[in-house]
Write a protein that binds this ligand. Structure first.
Ligand code: SF4
Ligand code: SF4
Length: 81
């Protein structure tokens, strides 16, 4: 399941650099996660790195992108293949 950022985002910029998939960008008002690039950090880390650094607790599962761990691993490998 990819993650998404809610409107509680304060645009603090902390989450862009830790993302291993370059999935996070600055949107018009808040930061945005590209669901097609978010592997929930499967492939590199035990925990989602964006959630680890976010001071606003505004990163949540994206209900439109339900994926298994295997699918997330495949997504990671597609991005970095
Ligand atoms: Fe990037 Fe990992 Fe956050 Fe997904 S969970 S947006 S891959 S840091
Ligand atoms: Fe927004 Fe959290 Fe990313 Fe900061 S770390 S830009 S509050 S999503």
């Amino acid at each position: 399941m990819a993650l998404m950022i809610t409107e509680d985002c304060t645009v603090c910029d902390a989450c862009i650099e830790p993302c291993p998939n370059e999935a996070i960008t600055a949107g018009e008002e808040i930061f945005v996660i590209d669901a097609l690039r978010c592997s929930e950090c499967i492939g590199t880390d035990e925990e989602p790195q964006c959630i680890e650094v976010c001071p606003s607790d505004c990163i949540i599962p994206n209900p439109d992108f339900e994926e298994s761990e295997d699918e997330l691993q495949e997504k990671y490998e597609m991005i970095h293949g």
